[in-house]
Write a protein that binds this ligand. Structure first.
Ligand SMILES: Nc1nc2c(ncn2[C@@H]2O[C@H](COP(=O)(O)OP(=O)(O)OP(=O)(O)O)[C@@H](O)[C@H]2O)c(=O)[nH]1
Ligand SMILES: [Mg+2]
Length: 315
């Protein structure tokens, strides 16, 4: 269960009594459908990393959208797929947890990709939890309008979606309608989070994710899934945040791919990550990156557990 940082006082005129709506909403769908782009757009802040590579999100990421009279706590999740490694099984556990703990769901589908078996598989999983769900048909900026109706027909036959809303998460189209339709699925409830809080992720995890985003963007042809980032040191002072991070790869042969010729690639990854980290941890970030080889880490329970920020830190 997700712990709210401060529970409101329900004894007197509580938020619920004032007709305030709130609740947890799972964002689910196939890998690469645009779920993380969508949660960022709905929350109005970058809470989840985005890359062109499927299976980017590996955790359950909370993002709070503060609306007039309502608070929607969105849960971004990994793309629904058949898991092979322990890491992938853990990713699917996050999807199931989100589907089990939600009040409602947004099912995100990539309207620009051909409908296939993977989409049917994803809807089957949704069905097994049967939440009240809105279908968000995403990436409509990338398709001719005439492709929408047949797709809407097809999905309408698969599940009793409460609403089907075409959107472009990237360009912000249809998002006001989507947010309003989502609020309609919520009941009266408390303000779980104060107005200035938009995620529950610890700073160390946010830092690791930003670094991982830059790694994927720079190595996606060669190493789409093989890397993880572990923060080994995170020290904050008024003038400097010092971060040491290990880039974990599976094989010795992958080390030079991260390093690049003469170390140029890891330098570029470091520069881009530092620039973004400095916005989160001003005024200055010192970032040290190094590569560590951990054979078969995706099947190593200890490494996979260390990647989940909800686990207690190792002694
Ligand atoms: N054209 C277009 N591209 C989009 C849109 N939304 C997302 N994308 C792109 O789709 C790719 C995947 O986006 P993500 O938000 O990472 O997708 P995801 O569903 O979170 O993917 P996983 O975490 O891997 O499951 C990125 O290159 C996005 O820029 C959209 O509305 N239009
Ligand atoms: Mg994602």
């Amino acid at each position: 269960m997700i712990q709210a940082p401060s529970m409101p006082d329900l004894s007197e005129a509580s938020a619920a009594e004032r007709g305030f709506k709130s609740g947890f909403v799972a964002i689910v769908g196939r890998p690469n459908a645009g779920k993380s782009t969508l949660i960022n757009a709905l929350v109005g802040a970058k809470v989840s990393i985005v890359t062109p590579v499927p299976q980017t999100t590996r955790n359950r990421i909370l993002g709070v959208a503060h609306r007039p009279g309502a608070q929607i706590i969105f849960m971004d999740t990994p793309g629904i797929h058949k898991p092979l490694s322990h890491l992938n099984q853990q990713m699917m556990t996050f999807v199931r947890q989100a589907l089990a703990e939600r009040e409602a769901a947004l099912f995100v589908a990539d309207a620009s990709a051909p409908f296939g078996k993977g989409d049917e598989y994803a809807v089957q999983l949704l069905k097994s939890y049967a939440p009240p769900t809105i279908l968000a048909l995403n990436k409509i900026d990338a398709i001719p309008k005439k492709r929408l109706l047949p797709l809407i027909d097809r999905y309408a036959k698969l599940y009793e979606f409460r609403e089907i809303i075409p959107i472009s998460a990237l360009h912000g189209e249809g998002l006001t309608e989507l947010a309003e339709a989502t609020v309609k699925l919520l009941r009266d409830g408390p303000e779980y989070f104060p107005p200035d809080v938009y995620t529950d992720q610890p700073e160390r995890f946010l830092a690791a994710e930003i670094i991982r985003e830059k790694i994927i963007r720079h190595t996606r042809q060669e190493l789409p899934y093989a890397t993880a980032v572990l923060i080994e040191k995170f020290e904050e002072s008024d003038t400097l945040t010092r971060i040491h991070a290990a880039i974990v790869v599976e094989k010795e042969s992958q080390r030079p791919i991260i390093l690049g010729a003469g170390g140029a690639r890891i330098k570029q990854i470091g520069t881009e990550a530092r620039q973004e980290l400095e916005k989160l941890f001003p005024p200055k970030v010192f970032l040290e990156l190094f590569v560590r080889v951990a054979p078969q880490w995706r099947d190593d329970r200890a490494v996979v557990a260390a990647l989940d920020y909800r686990n207690p830190a190792p002694e």
